[in-house]
Design a protein around this ligand. Sequence first.
Ligand SMILES: [Zn+2]
Length: 353
Amino acid sequence: MKAAVLHGYGEELVIEEIDVPRPRGEEVLIRVRGAGVCHSDLHLMDGEFGDELPATFPLVLGHEVSGVVEEAGEAASLHVSPGDEVLVYSFYCMGEDRYSVKGLHQICGLRTPAGVVMFNGGFAEYMLVPSYRYLVRVNGIGDLESAAILADAGLTAYRAVKKAAKYLDPDEPILIVGLGGTGLFGLAAARLLLPNPVVAVDINPRKVEQAAEIVEIREGIDHLIDGSSTDPRREVLTLLDGSSPKAVIDFVGLEKTIEDYLPLVAPEGVYVLVGLGSRYGPRIPSHHMIINEVTLTTVLYGSLPDLHELASLGLKGLIPYWRMTEKVGLEEINEAFRRLREGRAMKRQIVVP
Ligand SMILES: [Zn+2]
């Protein structure tokens, strides 16, 4: 089969022929239908995860994957059947601990995410998943290729909105920072899950326009801000009649976004940091946080139960995920990563091998 293989940090992916694995025991072989191109892959390729999640090479990347069950190992065949349409929950956990038994595999002590550490991911025609437990069935979902977005960008955004929601009364505004693939999904998830007024900002005016076309914006309640042409912080406060957002979800995570938007959070509010844009700390406005009892929290991917919930919403067509993706061939994958790195990717790019 064809696969995009990474042979070392700092290198491009190489399209090459590798053997199709055979599933045994609980393993399942899927025919990949979609695999999302993610910013985390860039951090991985640049060697930034080396200390915490060291990769073993050669490695097939791709941790946002949808596909069709091709063959199930003998212990998996009671649970999935060939032809089942599935999403892959990519944070495999190689053992049980107090987090994995709650479905929080993404923070379990033995996490070995697909396409990141040692298990091959989805930038290939086939992918071997170590257990049927990591598959969420979505038979009949429609656009299965685009549905890959639900398995990472969508899941992360969904968890971020759910975390922010715990801090919100129904009338309190929420601010979304960044309208790339994950932020756009976050905007849609906020509109689906919350009655709250939503304000969203991006410094790329085309991404702001695109968001207005994809997500239903309620006139006089929700607002999109083109941060390139205005002082976005002042614009947020003006549009909210001087009140501050109670929750901010930062899908960018650069020093600048944290320093700009954390001081905007209202008393008892929350700043949810999602984007891995900043490796080491920005200056944290601790005075503002302490005198207002503001919480800073983070989101990594999502839990297995989160993915089951989101898949169910996706199956019902409640979040227009199929409008948030653009599809690219496996041969184009290095160009797709260049577009992402340079900020030229308008939507979530999904590799269709
Ligand atoms: Zn990712």
